[in-house]
Design a protein around this ligand. Sequence first.
Ligand code: ZN
Length: 469
Amino acid sequence: MNTIIGMEVHCQLATKSKLFCGDSTTSKDAGPNINVCPTCLGFPGSKPKVNKRALDFGVMVALALNCKINANMFFSRKSYFYPDLSKNFQITQYEIPLAVSGYLEINNKKIRIRRVHIEEDPAKLNHVGGDITSAKYVLADYNRAGVPLLEIVTEPDFESPKEVREFLEKLSSILEHLEVYDSSWDAALRVDANISMEGSERIEIKNITGFRDTERALAHEVIRQRGILRMGMKIQRETRHFDAERRVTKSLRKKEFEEDYGYIFEPDLTKIEISKEWIEQLKKEMPELPDHRANRLVKEYGIDEYEAKVIIYTDKHLADFFEHSCKIYKNYKEVAKWMITYLLKSLNWHEISIRESKARPETFVELLEMIDKNVITERLAKEIIKDYIDTGKSPKQIVKEKGLEGFKSIDLDDVIKRVIDENTKAVSEYKSGREKALEYLIGKVLEKTKKAADPKKIREMILKSLQMI
Ligand SMILES: [Zn+2]
């Protein structure tokens, strides 16, 4: 049973003001319904005016996704009644989108992009006391109404939820490198996904936030749809919602069709010409894109392609962190190794991004320098990195405060000998067959070396010494 998935990805463009009025887009600290005006609320007599920066951003993304950009741009009204749009229509693009026919490559597979268009975001609805299917009541916040959105529609080229996640990670990295979006914004990337089993009707899952939940929602839907088909039943075309807490999809409504929305061209906005000169100018201004950057990191720093990709596609700020660290510490391969293996592990454990953490290149490289200078062992450094992410204290400070200097030069033979001498009771217990006594002795050695030595090695060495007694 083959899985077929297509997506519509909505990305909030990080312009300073909204798409058709001068209101601020950053409503984080504003109370609800503060960043609003007659235009984004659709009062009579108000007229929209297009934010050119949003169009610049749209064109840059379309270029990065290898799309064909239409020479003329139109906006349309999509009419529907819902409390998230006070004017009862959304200004979007329908008949002629900004760009068409692109692709994005993931693991040597081309995912075709059907279209890219710009539209305004509706208001944010806060479902109080439950989710969309169970809330007691709903609060509407129009701060978000009119924030520019870029909608990227793919062809149904995905064969698994995992491919979808890889695509989203790569797309997000491109958007971050272009500096057109801020991943720290709440719901900056939202996904509507169509999923079907070959030969069956498709299901749309609406409004999923983030990569992880998109992958989870689709994985759940694969199992659910296969189950229905195995029981010999049919799948009904419908729209579903993903309950992120319970990790299941729930039925929302029977699917409506695009034609039902009664699109008309927006009479308040004229045609906008996207000239070749405009596109050329933007091409010149475009920052380095992730694929190019990955190749450059391999060449410039001699790290593996795999390492370069992990660093770049995890988070642009991680890549910036890497390059910054390499400016002050010259063993680039060690920087990559420590970032990927230990720094990233600690960040994942805390579920924070590098930007949210207190890690800084200047303090991070201290750790590597201390290993080089035999101040600490690698094993100890792995312990310190956890403290470092937790507290933000510099590794040098952590080592000093804990009195950990000089454990590289520790004579393990000597410590083991001392532990054996000091714990004759445990030794004789072990000799008479009590396995647990060995763990106790290992614990004592770890204590004396402040966990700087490897427990496996300690075990081997203790066993060897005990044989000789
Ligand atoms: Zn406004």
